[in-house]
Design a protein around this ligand. Sequence first.
Ligand SMILES: Nc1ncnc2c1ncn2[C@@H]1O[C@H](COP(=O)(O)OP(=O)(O)OP(=O)(O)O)[C@@H](O)[C@H]1O
Length: 466
Amino acid sequence: MGVNRDNAARREHALDAEQAVLGSFLIDTGIQQQLFARVRPEDFLSPANRKIYTTARALFRAGEPVDGVTVRDKLGQDYTRPLMELMEITPTSANWEVYAAKMRDQADHQRLRDLAEHVLEQPNLESCRPYVADMSQVLSAGPEADSWTMRQMADDFFNSQDPNVPKPKYITYGLDVLDNGSYTELGDVVIIGGYPSDGKTALALSLAYHMAAEYKVGFFSLETDKRKIRDRLMAHIGQISLGDIKRRRLTDPDWVALAAKGTEMAKRDLIVVQAAGMTAPEIQSVAQAYGFQVILIDYIQLVTPETDRRAPRSEQVAEVSRSFHTFAQRTGTLVVELAQLTRPEKGAWRPPTMQDLKESGQLEQDADMIVLLYRPDPEDKTLDQNETRSLKIGKNKEGRRGTWLLAFDGDRQTFELLGADGKPRRRPSDRKRRKRDEGPVGQVDFWADGGEFRDTPWGQEEANAK
Ligand SMILES: Nc1ncnc2c1ncn2[C@@H]1O[C@H](COP(=O)(O)OP(=O)(O)OP(=O)(O)O)[C@@H](O)[C@H]1O
């Protein structure tokens, strides 16, 4: 009985705070910008209050005025009375921040209680982990925005340039055009866009394997079966034929090649997660539970949206995109999202652009770097459709953009930058022709040649407009 009374009192208290926050922005337009940036929809325990809030915030974000009339127009006549009451019972907007903090506390407390209930239902320690990770996430999210004054910024800048301070560490991908021309760090979002079957998964697996030498990497596969991932990785790592793996025709030299990579493989911290049907928060919980520093999502449009299923597809994808953007920043995780591109209307071939990212412009907005991978122009008879790919850096917030030609060896799931002579440094077909008795291919550095990022005849750079 006592517990129920406590719950009821807590709820009543929370609803008072919600009404005070809603009333505040309805009577005072001056606080709206700050309030809409600080108050999260999930802080409202009452669905009706949350609806008023999200409607008003959507109006504000669309640049529309927000007051009792405009919000009522969006919500319908049924809300006339509740909106009027909200304005009547709010004497001042001066205390909105106190009420917003109360709401946040209440909502976080409720979330913890819900998660604790889930923990109690779990049969073993392992299945508790995602919930405990979520609990620590709730507890670590501070209510205050992380702000920096100009003075603090200047001080920090001078300190950061001190020669005694270790240089910043940027992510290396094992692909020289990315390694030398981008400055992505943990906490960023990178998109690899491509049409189906153009090699996004192959490229992402190679990047994941490379990054796993330094970071704890999680590869979330929403589409490809983990055994297929395994075969592709082994073809890539051992530089052996994927076709031979499929047909179980591996020879002694192939086994030797794989065995030679045993020590290297053991040191790579790469975990493949079968993630079909997962939502963004579910992926994020698993990522936190495993402590991944880098996650790759194959592919983003397959992540199950949490929003209303009847909402337009673009809104659903936008929600997923924003969720990963916030997650990357909040947890300092590098998020690499694979994304499908919409094929252009029938007609002449054209290289894809960032606007072709399927179903959402939000993806483009949330990314720090966007890489597009595609087959060359079919009319260009000098380039083989199967063995060549273009790699375009379409968005590079802190670096240069450009387009490069790569040789793609599908049978070994390996990409290689084309040489200055316009030919692959090692032609895929040469590799295929390699005699079986030649033994293992010694080369591991499937892209990294450590060379300088240059304006080369085979890479055309574009002026970075942004
Ligand atoms: N044994 C093989 N020999 C040659 N090429 C192969 C072989 N196996 C697969 N490939 C090629 O590898 C590529 C694999 O594409 P991948 O699945 O990585 O593309 P994707 O962009 O992720 O596509 P999707 O979005 O449909 O998953 C394809 O171009 C395929 O033709």
